[in-house]
Design a protein around this ligand. Sequence first.
Ligand code: SF4
Length: 257
Amino acid sequence: MPGEHAKLSASGSKRWLACPGSVVLEALFPESESPYAEEGTRAHELAEAKLRYLTGRIKLEDYDEAYRNIDKAIQPGGVIAEMERYVDVYIDYVMDLYDGLRLNHRDAVTFIEERVSYDEYVPGGFGRIDCIILAGKKLHIVDLKYGKGVAVDAVENPQPRLYALGALQEYGDIYDINQITTHIVQPRLNSITTENLTRSELEGWGESIKQVAADAYKDTRVYSAGDHCQFCRARATCRERARHYLSSILNILGGQK
Ligand code: SF4
């Protein structure tokens, strides 16, 4: 979603956890919104409006107005009907999950686009969660991914885990949560993945990343290249990445002799 971003964002966590130095290096390159990112923003706006309407938070006329505004904002050539078809996969998933949980937990609640802080583990860490569902001792984090370039799996994924830590930080004292499920719904790749964790497993993982998060926040110059460089804004000029790929090439050539 547009707007403010944490220095150590959940969406960038795969990168900064693997390469804490990328935080200071990326800051040299201004963020620019690509057409794909903008498309993702519109899809999230549509999903948010629809879920708010279906859960009784807004009236039909407010939803219709939001729909028209999103339609107008879609890039020339974009078609909201196609976007809606994909967004509905996410909406159906969330509503089915919520309705299923309500069979045993009449007090199940949803939170939509809720801002949470995970700064007990990551300095200054906060983010917005597409959908949180709390039911009995269960916490569900549902994340919509509108992209279709790279498949994203919930398993061992730090982004939804950080969101879950944020939800625990927010609601863990009010609700007796002991089971966490993170869900990633990526409709354009026909992919839905989940990860189940106990509360102590999730909090143990949070403890395990505290030091690297603190180093990244303090602008350490420790770099490490790998797959996570793919979305780093510094990748075109990064010496560590160049060194990494040069040594990979030399290793391949050496193996061919
Ligand atoms: S390109 Fe890779 S190695 Fe370089 S700063 Fe970014 S993530 Fe780190």
